[in-house]
Design a protein around this ligand. Structure first.
Ligand code: GDG
Length: 453
């Protein structure tokens, strides 16, 4: 089998595997063994090196490169997370554009290509991940790399009416066409992206999702990402029965647990979710002292101003909700900003009667799948899920809500808490069958099979 070369903005610390690692790492963990993983080291250094630092762990070579402060500010905080991230999450009001940041985004991608190219061997398959690195493939081609090149976008894609506001947007669409295969999460994202290719690049797309440019053919497809479902289920069962689970169980007493887990990000819809929980307690006072909502929201992207704003807003909301509804022996909302180890998290999910996942927009949302995987088949909880998460396509038996309407969230919570056991079991079983089948390994296999074809 060909060697796999992965490129992503962040490279997992080799020591993190299986401990702190998130979805992408566990999805790719199996196939990367024996391969090479390239990306930013996570470090900001005085002068950016032109050569990657290599280190080997468990049969994988990790090749990383530092950024300078200016590159970090303009490429990472700037164009990637203040232009592309809000735009691709349908938040035009939060999108900023600065030509110098765009230029820095291109130049970091060019520097990454120059550092990666010498590490690529004939026959390697190169698989680039996410919105930070869209132009990387094109720059590798300019350096004479003729290997198979693929790209996967983890975030949603917007329709042409929205995408067309992005200055230089057509250049990025053209850069995507330099790959042999471009994958997105859902058929909705695929339709939006191909509409942009047709309307903004003026290129025809055939019914296999293929686009021709200058004699090169790029294929576009939807590949919904999965999780290591069976492994996660096992971890949840073990962890719930262990010390962490016991501690949570004792702290809850007989109260039902509603659980949310997200990076602290404005795309995750946390203010509306807090408001929905508050309205539920307001409209159905019988739930007071009977339900505890635990929200884990590890801080992320602190250097982007909008992330500091949302953090302040949530701190205030949590204080208000607990002040208004709390009792001497009951804190309605336990809001934690520190990350929790993955195993502990899995056990917590299993305790939760309701998994509350209400992003305003999400490429997939792995938390929704993890919550389902973690349930006890004999007494499963119920998922309340946003209609605007990619996971909605596979998890239609969840209680689906419009996350922009806190009253709808409140109503879904009330319904979820009253749902009889047989209905919970039936809904869970269907979702579990699907996510067990379409897991992380099959996602990888499908993608690489189409690439090879
Ligand atoms: C992007 C796309 C797409 C969260 N808090 C802790 C923790 N997590 C883990 C979760 C889950 C992962 O992080 C988050 O994945 P999501 O899919 O929910 O969201 P993004 O980070 O925005 O990911 C998204 C994904 O890429 C994959 O393609 O689904 O749409 O935005 O695995 O469990 N893990 C630990 N402690 C925490 O406190 N250990």
């Amino acid at each position: 089998m060909a060697r796999l070369v992965l490129a992503s903005n962040r490279v997992p610390a080799a020591a993190d595997r299986g401990v702190k690692s998130g979805g992408l790492v566990s999805a790719l963990g199996e196939v990367i063994s024996g391969g090479l993983w390239f990306g930013w080291s996570g470090q900001v250094a005085k002068g950016a090196p032109t050569k990657a630092q290599l280190r080997r762990a468990r049969g994988t070579v990790y090749a990383t490169i530092d950024l300078t402060q200016e590159q970090y500010d303009r490429y990472y905080v700037g164009f990637a997370n203040s232009t592309l991230w809000p735009l691709l999450h349908f938040r035009l009001g939060l999108m900023e554009f600065d030509r110098a940041q765009y230029e820095a985004y291109l130049s970091v991608n060019r520097a990454f290509a120059a550092a990666l190219a010498p590490l690529i061997k004939p026959g390697d398959i190169v698989w680039v991940h996410d919105y930070h690195l869209i132009p990387l493939g094109g720059f590798l081609r300019e350096l004479g790399i003729t290997n198979k090149l693929a790209f996967f976008l983890h975030v949603p894609f917007v329709p042409p009416s929205m995408y067309s506001v992005l200055p230089k947007g057509s250049e990025l669409l053209a850069a995507l066409c330099a790959y042999d295969l471009v994958g997105v999460q859902t058929i909705t994202d695929l339709r939006n992206l191909l509409d942009c290719v047709r309307e903004l690049l003026g290129r025809p797309v055939d019914d296999m999702g293929r686009v021709q440019t200058n004699g090169h053919q790029a294929r576009f497809g939807a590949f919904p990402i999965g999780i290591d479902s069976v492994g996660f289920a096992r971890m949840a069962e073990e962890s719930a029965a262990g010390a962490d689970g016991k501690r949570l169980g004792e702290s809850l007493g007989r109260r039902a647990l509603v659980m949310g887990v997200d990076r602290l990000d404005y795309s995750k819809g946390l203010p509306n979710r807090f408001e929905g929980f508050a309205r539920m307690l307001g409209r159905w006072p019988e739930w007071r002292s009977k339900v505890t909502y635990v929200q884990i929201a590890a801080r992320s992207r602190d250097d982007v101003p909008q992330y500091r704003t949302i953090r302040r807003e949530l701190d205030q909301m949590a204080g208000r909700i607990n002040g208004r509804f709390g009792a001497i022996d009951w804190v309605p909302l336990r809001y934690l900003n520190r990350p929790v180890p993955r195993g502990t998290l899995a056990g917590y999910y299993r305790f939760a009667r309701v998994g509350l996942v209400t992003p305003l927009r999400d490429g997939m949302n792995l938390v929704a799948k993890e919550y389902v995987a973690a349930q006890d088949p004999e007494n499963p909880g119920i998922l309340v899920l946003s209609r605007f998460a990619g996971a909605m396509h596979e998890l239609g038996e969840a209680l689906l809500v419009n996350p922009y309407d806190p009253d709808e969230i409140a109503e879904a919570l009330d319904t979820a808490l009253r749902l009889p056991l047989d209905e919970r079991r039936e809904r869970w079983r269907r979702m579990w069958d699907r996510i067990r089948e379409d897991d992380a390994a099959s996602w990888c296999r499908n993608f690489l099979t189409v690439l090879a074809a």
